[in-house]
Design a protein around this ligand. Structure first.
Ligand SMILES: Nc1ncnc2c1ncn2[C@@H]1O[C@H](COP(=O)(O)OP(=O)(O)OP(=O)(O)O)[C@@H](O)[C@H]1O
Length: 259
């Protein structure tokens, strides 16, 4: 197997007394799609945010091509954000600007000195075409359906031609047809752009369709990482119950209130 492109090693993260990761260990290999699953609030989004330094780790190392991101100065971390792009939960488009300006956002932020306005416009057209929405630059996000918003968010993420794409719940809130469209896009972009992807999802059907490998987070660590068939055949009750959507029979109201 090749060297991992990303490696989390003994990463620790807490918010005050609330421990999210007591020791996160995970490797991501070039060109693969790795899906991260786990219950609500276990820290899946936090993992993605640690990787692009939107959050700082309390300890451990997170390497990208062997370089420790946690030790980088902010200027260098910004360069990493050109290479690792994120599709945020809910697409996070700016309603006050057009679709084209939204898609160009990362290009203006990271390539202002390197790309002309014409090159940026061409790149925006390229990105919107790849997600199946060519020519909608002049529209406003408020005019788009939920599925289209997600695809525009994805166009914004791929416009910078990243090496790594992070998807935070890309299909949440979508109907089954739009969900399948996004799954299809995730698979298609992997092939077209040769990109490495980490996908956080609650949707097991999506996870099984798009993943080369999966990882499950629980109680501050990864309890299983492996191929889809290894997940489907796992005898670990925590994994089995989660992927089959079975709540523990002895769960009481206090536990539910904490969830
Ligand atoms: N900036 C922050 N400050 C304080 N607490 C935070 C912050 N970001 C996340 N948390 C907390 O960390 C925990 C993990 O959050 P995270 O968003 O990673 O969960 P998740 O596994 O992605 O959940 P979900 O599937 O519900 O989106 C939550 O309890 C959340 O409230």
């Amino acid at each position: 197997m090749s060297e991992p492109i990303i490696r989390f090693r003994d990463v620790r993260k807490a918010f005050g007394p609330k421990v999210i990761y007591r020791g996160l260990n995970l490797e991501v290999f070039p060109g693969e799609t790795l899906t991260v699953i786990g219950g609500s609030g276990v820290g899946k989004s936090v993992m993605l945010k640690l990787l692009i330094r939107l959050l700082e780790a309390d300890g451990g190392a997170i390497t990208f091509h062997g370089e420790d991101i946690t030790q980088m100065k902010e200027a260098k971390a910004r360069l990493i954000r050109r290479r690792i792009a994120m599709l945020f939960q809910g697409a996070a488009l700016f309603d006050s600007i057009s679709v084209g300006e939204n898609v160009a956002y990362g290009l203006h932020e990271h390539y202002r000195d390197e790309m002309t306005e014409t090159q940026i416009a061409e790149r925006v057209d390229w990105a919107l075409s790849l997600v199946g929405l060519p020519g909608i630059e002049a529209m406003r996000p408020s005019d788009l359906s939920g599925g289209m918003k997600k695809r525009v968010g994805l166009a914004r993420a791929i416009a910078v031609q990243p090496e790594v794409l992070l998807y935070d719940e890309p299909t949440t809130g979508l109907d089954p047809i739009n969900t399948e469209r996004i799954n299809h896009l995730i698979r298609g972009l992997k092939k077209a752009l040769d990109v490495t992807s980490i996908v956080v999802t609650h949707d097991m059907k999506s996870a099984f369709t798009i993943s080369d490998r999966m990882a499950m987070v629980q109680a501050g660590e990864i309890i299983l990482s492996g191929r889809v068939d290894e997940f489907q055949q796992s005898s670990d009750p925590r994994v089995k119950n989660f992927i089959n959507g079975i709540a523990p029979v002895n769960e009481d109201v206090e536990t539910l209130l904490r969830a």
